[in-house]
Write a protein that binds this ligand. Structure first.
Ligand code: SF4
Length: 119
């Protein structure tokens, strides 16, 4: 029987390597109440225009989420990285230290690098 190797990592040591693999994962990026204003201000846009152009209402109608590009990447991911990096949402800033999805260790570049050190 073949054993699946457990990837052992210590999230207290987390340091993002900016691989942007998480930004390419489909799924909601829910915005906190003050975040549309902060992002619109950073983009020098009217907040209503920002909301109409870059967000959608989540299915449970409890929050706005950033839109996705075709294929599921965040609407603000560019070839140079995150277009709104200085004001990126809390959900993005907190991953993977405060929250994570199942299987994230196989996707997050930092986690993969950490696991590789154990091999
Ligand atoms: S996948 Fe991990 S290392 Fe890569 S950008 Fe996201 S948090 Fe940072």
């Amino acid at each position: 029987m073949r054993h699946q190797r457990q990837l052992k990592i210590d999230l207290k040591q987390f340091s993002c390597i900016q691989c942007h693999a998480c930004c390419r994962q489909p799924g909601y990026v829910r915005l906190k109440k003050a975040e549309p204003d902060a992002i619109a201000n950073f983009l020098q846009m009217d907040v209503r225009r920002f909301i109409n152009s870059f967000t959608l209402l989540t299915d449970d109608r409890t929050s706005l989420s950033l839109m996705e590009q075709d294929g599921g990447a965040c609407v603000f991911l560019t070839e140079h990285g995150c277009r709104i990096q200085p004001v990126k949402p809390e959900q993005c800033r907190d991953f993977p230290r405060k929250w994570r999805f199942s299987g994230f260790k196989k996707i997050c570049g930092w986690a993969r690098a950490q696991a590789g050190k154990d091999l």
